[in-house]
Design a protein around this ligand. Structure first.
Ligand code: CTP
Ligand code: MG
Length: 191
């Protein structure tokens, strides 16, 4: 019995989802570094916008921003090392210069997108730490992709299937990870 060649067999899906998560780690990890190392002077210096509400709020600090970009860049370099010893050819397949530009775009974009999200949340009266579905999960990714696209390595690694997969799996991963963190007692609420 001949089997029909399928456009999307399970192996292809696993490969695309796996590559997408791997490629997006430099965009996923900055906020975690900001949570750990953040604090001190807020990015908006405590200033209000014309609506009388905070520009960004106390949840966006200068230290957190720098820690996020530096942390995400370190993660990407660790990935480069792991790729070289394990024969994975994603980040290690592009020139180091475009790799650096790509990583700067993803990490800086993630932190700027996160800040943009806070700006929008404050305008909608959502307080620091309040939820804003989709904006919280996709804002950082959108700006990360936008800035990373300035690197010549972007179109090589971030193909259309990878970008689409990124937008689909990121909110799902967000929900799953928060539920796990809640079950482990690391968070007080499961979102
Ligand atoms: N953080 C930081 N600096 C940043 C981003 C995050 O110091 N640029 C720290 C803050 O302590 C923040 C925490 O990481 O409270 C969680 O980040 P996030 O969820 O992005 O901020 P929220 O507190 O939810 O604030 P907002 O509602 O403005 O998103
Ligand atoms: Mg938050």
């Amino acid at each position: 019995m001949a089997t029909e060649p399928q456009l999307l067999d399970i192996q292809t899906i696993i490969t695309i989802v796996g590559s997408t998560i791997w490629l997006l780690l430099p965009a996923y990890t900055p906020n975690n570094f900001a949570v750990i190392f953040g604090g001190g002077m807020p990015v908006d210096f405590g200033k209000n916008f014309i609506d009388g509400k905070r520009l960004l709020g106390n949840g966006k600090t200068i230290r957190g921003f720098i820690a996020g970009v530096v942390g995400g860049t370190i993660v990407a370099h660790l990935q480069l090392i792991i790729e070289k010893v394990s024969n994975i050819g994603l980040y290690s397949s592009i020139e180091y210069g475009s790799f650096l530009l790509l990583i700067l775009g993803l990490t800086l974009g993630a932190m700027l997108g996160d800040m943009g999200g806070s700006f929008i949340k404050r305008r909608f009266n959502v307080d620091r730490g309040g939820k804003f579905p989709l904006l919280d999960q996709l804002g950082f990714l959108l700006v990360g992709f936008a800035l990373a696209s300035f690197s010549s390595g972007f179109e090589i690694l971030f193909t259309l299937p990878v970008i689409i997969t990124g937008f689909i799996i990121t909110p799902i991963l967000h929900v799953l990870i928060n539920i796990i963190a809640y079950k482990l007692g690391l968070k007080n609420v499961p979102w």
